[in-house]
Design a protein around this ligand. Structure first.
Ligand code: A3P
Length: 324
């Protein structure tokens, strides 16, 4: 594996996916990331981990927030009242600080005031009260050294999703949230060539798939949550060593329904989308929790793109492993 940092020189990225809070991209160990990661590589490598942490690690748009809400509720004995707080506060996102570099925004807009759990996410998480719940989209080989070496063995949950649905969802997300300004076709080309943040998809996801039989690991799939949410709740509860009655499982399943998550201010990141909109950082309309479907890519990809995607999935001999 290539250990060097490499600048990413891609015309689509440069023209349509750089902006006031995204200044360019690099590759680290083969993974595309915003340039700002360079300032955080060592910090994350040396990040102090505890055995009682719980990490959710996933490729973006794989159902991370859905799973986070499930984990948080189980870990906090279905405390629906406390659960009204923003997910970013309850179950913070380690990477926020290097995905969104607000330095220039702050220089320009005095009133710009994102919550500390976004703007200084790494430090915020480092000082969280234990047991900590932590979200990241980094692959296994960019996690803190203490995890990779096995010195610390926090629980790790990975959620994967069909990459065709991921790509479509990521396209909308990047327009809504990260300032991407071109069309789906361009975005798909970026995705298939490993030129969006956290890609190549397979390299990232397979780095967790390979660990899935370890005792501190749980590997979930978006499609399983869709087809049997109650079953997924039970699996997660068992993994967290928590007991839930049938009634609690039903109440939690209702709480985790698409309709409920979409209107729940604790999970729909509406305040953050609004922050970007209010300051004209991103002007796209939409919602974080969008359609929550599996297979809707079939309606959106023209045949040619679909075929290209199928060939990409087949190449690399990985389709049989993940069932996608
Ligand atoms: P879509 O954009 O396809 O709708 P992540 O949290 O990893 O960013 O993933 C976001 C995706 O999960 C979005 O997919 C979102 O709608 C979907 N999602 C979130 N909560 C859901 C739920 N309760 N049921 C189904 N899908 C959900």
């Amino acid at each position: 594996m290539d250990l060097a940092f490499k600048p990413v020189d891609n015309a689509i990225l440069t023209e349509y996916f750089t902006n006031i809070f995204r200044h360019g991209y690099i590759q680290v160990k083969g993974i595309t990331l915003p340039k700002r990661f360079l300032d955080f590589h060592d910090v994350i490598k040396n990040f102090t981990v505890y055995d009682d942490d719980l990490w959710i690690c996933s490729f973006p748009k794989s159902g991370t927030t859905w799973t986070q809400e499930m984990i948080w509720m189980i870990a906090n004995d279905l405390n629906f009242e406390e659960g009204k707080k923003c997910m970013g506060d309850r179950f913070p996102f380690l990477d926020y600080e290097f995905l969104f570099d607000y330095t220039r925004v702050r220089d320009k807009i005095e009133a710009f005031d994102p919550p500390v759990y976004f703007e200084h996410s790494v430090n915020f998480i480092q000082n969280l009260r234990r047991p900590r719940l932590i979200k990241t989209h980094l692959p296994w080989f960019l996690l803190p050294e203490q995890i990779q070496s096995g010195e610390k063995r926090p629980k790790i949950i990975h959620i994967a999703r069909n990459p065709r649905d991921v790509c479509l969802s990521y396209f909308h997300h990047c327009k809504l949230f990260e300032g991407y300004t071109s069309h789906l076709d361009h975005f798909t080309q970026l995705f298939l060539t490993g030129n969006v943040s956290y890609a190549p998809y397979w390299t990232n996801v397979l780095s967790y798939w390979e660990k899935k039989s370890e005792l501190n690991f749980l590997f979930l799939k978006f499609e399983e949550l869709k087809s049997d949410l109650a079953g997924a709740i039970r699996r997660v509860a068992t993994f967290l060593c928590k007991q839930l009655t049938d009634n609690e499982v039903s109440r939690l399943a209702a709480h985790l329904s698409f309709e409920n998550m979409k209107t729940n201010k604790g999970t729909n990141y509406a305040s953050l989308i609004d922050l970007h909109r209010r300051h004209n950082l991103v002007c796209e309309e939409g919602t974080f929790i969008r359609t929550g479907e599996t297979g809707s890519y079939k309606l959106r990809y023209p045949q040619e793109l679909s075929t290209q995607f199928d060939e990409w999935v087949k190449s690399g001999d990985v389709d049989h492993k993940m069932g996608y």
